[in-house]
Design a protein around this ligand. Structure first.
Ligand code: PDD
Length: 277
């Protein structure tokens, strides 16, 4: 079952107009919300980021937080198993003709839920590879927009190169991954690109920082270069579906001789506890 504009229907019966601006222009925003043991994880933070994205592109919010909660829980009622990933998309809606500028329209709301199967600790401990590439995206990466052409091309590139992620850099400064945030540890300090227009500030990023503090790892939200990335003691990526993942090889160069760091393990364990709170 999926949710579309007020109705819970079968996915193969869900359709939108060809005049929907999401289809024509990628004119919309989205959220991905993890659900553990049937419970929405960090819903308030996700709804706040959704509101920020809507405000940034001038789409009026179609629902209050209480209404979202009700809709999401109703959809989860149709879902098995208990761990799910909710995809929520709001587009500006359908117009009568294709034009770049817009009038006030009724937003299209689509939500689907799919099983979330995070990698086990054992699997994560194998470590993952990444490659670096120039960040060609626009300068409003803080908006979780559905227009994801650059990210789509990066992800395809990751697939073709058989790596987990593409790590992006702008003027030699590491921004984030194609679908994740990036962290390094150097001199027993955790560094990650500051929030702002050049990254999507992940909800998992915040939780990784919270976990780092619990592990007595000082955090420094400041920029670092590609060279610092390659010479880091530990590199992690984070996202709602991947959680916190250790990267042990970048551009064919081993990080920390290819070994998983001790800080990662502590942060991973703390993150798992947060999920049960
Ligand atoms: N993407 N940066 C980018 C560019 C992302 O696409 C994502 C997540 C993140 C991490 O955000 P969060 O921790 O809130 O999931 C950072 C989602 C999972 C997606 O596009 O499917």
């Amino acid at each position: 079952m999926v949710y579309l504009n007020g109705n819970f229907i079968k996915k193969n019966q869900a359709s939108v107009s060809v005049m929907d601006r999401g289809f024509l222009f990628g004119d919309g925003v989205y959220e991905v919300i993890p659900v553990y043991q049937g419970k929405l994880f960090r819903l308030t933070a996700h709804l706040k980021r959704l509101q920020n994205s809507l405000d940034a592109i001038k789409i009026p919010s179609p629902h209050s937080n209480n209404e979202w909660l009700e809709i999401l829980n109703q959809l989860l009622g149709y879902s098995q198993p208990l761990n799910q990933s909710l995809y929520l998309q709001i587009t500006r809606g359908s117009d009568t003709q294709r034009r770049h500028s817009f009038e006030a329209l009724t937003p299209t709301v689509y939500i689907e839920s799919s099983p979330l199967i995070p990698k086990t600790k054992q699997a994560l401990k194998q470590g993952f590879s990444a490659i670096t590439q120039t960040d060609i995206r626009w300068s409003r990466c803080d908006i979780k927009a559905t227009s994801l052409l650059a990210n789509v091309l990066y992800s395809q590139n990751a697939k073709e190169n058989q790596v987990e992620e593409i790590i992006l850099h702008r003027n030699d400064i590491v921004t984030e991954g194609a679908t994740s945030n990036v962290f390094i540890i150097k001199n027993k300090t955790l560094f990650t690109h500051p929030s702002g227009a050049h990254i999507l500030s992940g909800i998992t990023r915040d939780l990784a920082l919270e976990s780092a503090l619990a592990c007595k790892l000082p955090i420094n939200e400041s920029v670092f270069s590609v060279d610092e990335l390659l010479n880091a003691d530990e590199v992690w990526i984070s996202s709602s579906t991947r959680e916190i993942m250790p990267i042990t090889q970048i551009d064919n160069q081993l990080i920390n001789h290819g070994k998983i760091g001790t800080y990662w393990e502590c942060v991973y364990n703390h993150y798992q506890q947060l999920k049960n709170d």
